[in-house]
Design a protein. Structure first.
Length: 230
């Protein structure tokens, strides 16, 4: 069986993608001088949060994922980041290829929530490979890529933030149920508001204009907390 190994040599934000996208540069090595006609790979990427430290501010931002910091010894479990396919063209010995990973800024997704809480440093990633290798120097063979093929990647937090800022500069993201979105759209249409930002601001202004909730009328008339002395 052909011995294959993988290494991640870098990661960058794709400036020309339609949505948030990371590009990981992979080096693939086949030992023994065997000709690899093609590789059909499946790559699973996981965040390994226990492999880095966290500032107090970052720890506060991760409480909803991992609980109080005193419990992190048991709660800092790996988080699924992505699972993507990759076709590697033919090579002999060694080659490099780009692994393109579409990303989400959905804060309801654990990986997105985790990454949004980080302010600096690196993101510890584990990349796991499997798939099929088409090999042979004089003929043609089909071999499985063993499930234990893996490599680590230390992605700079700055790369993630650069990618997000390319598509959502200075913005956040909220997911709402469909009926709530329909109600907001109807409200926006009635008011002829030009954007979602102006819609939310109008709602906030309406809430402020309503003032505090009315006081207990019995309390207002008697000047007591609802009781009267005999």
């Amino acid at each position: 069986m052909t011995e294959l190994s993988f290494a991640c040599t870098g990661v960058r934000a794709d400036r020309y993608a339609a949505g948030p996208t990371l590009v990981f540069r992979l080096r693939v090595t086949a030992t023994g001088g065997v000709r690899v006609h093609a590789l059909a790979l499946r790559c699973q990427i996981r965040v390994e949060p226990a492999r880095r430290g966290y500032t107090p501010a970052e720890a506060d931002g991760l409480t909803d994922l991992f609980g109080e910091r005193s419990r992190w010894g048991s709660t800092l479990q790996p988080v699924q980041f992505a699972e993507v396919p990759l076709m590697v063209p033919g090579f002999t010995g060694e080659t490099e290829a780009d692994l393109v990973v579409p990303c989400t800024y959905d804060l309801d997704v654990a990986a997105g929530r985790y990454l949004s809480a980080l302010t600096d440093g690196e993101v510890p990633l584990l990349m796991l490979f499997s798939g099929t290798a088409f090999t042979g120097t004089r003929g043609f063979q089909v071999e499985p890529v063993p499930w234990d093929r893996e490599t680590v990647c230390r992605m700079p937090v700055a790369v993630w933030r650069e990618m997000i800022d390319q598509h959502f500069p200075g913005c956040g993201w909220i997911r709402l149920p469909r009926d709530t979105m329909d109600a907001l759209l109807a409200y926006r249409s009635r008011r002829a508001l030009p954007s979602w930002e102006s819609t939310v601001r109008a709602l906030l202004d309406d809430a402020g204009a309503a003032g505090p909730p009315p006081a207990d009328p019995f309390h207002t008339l008697t000047g007591t907390t609802g009781r009267t002395d005999p």
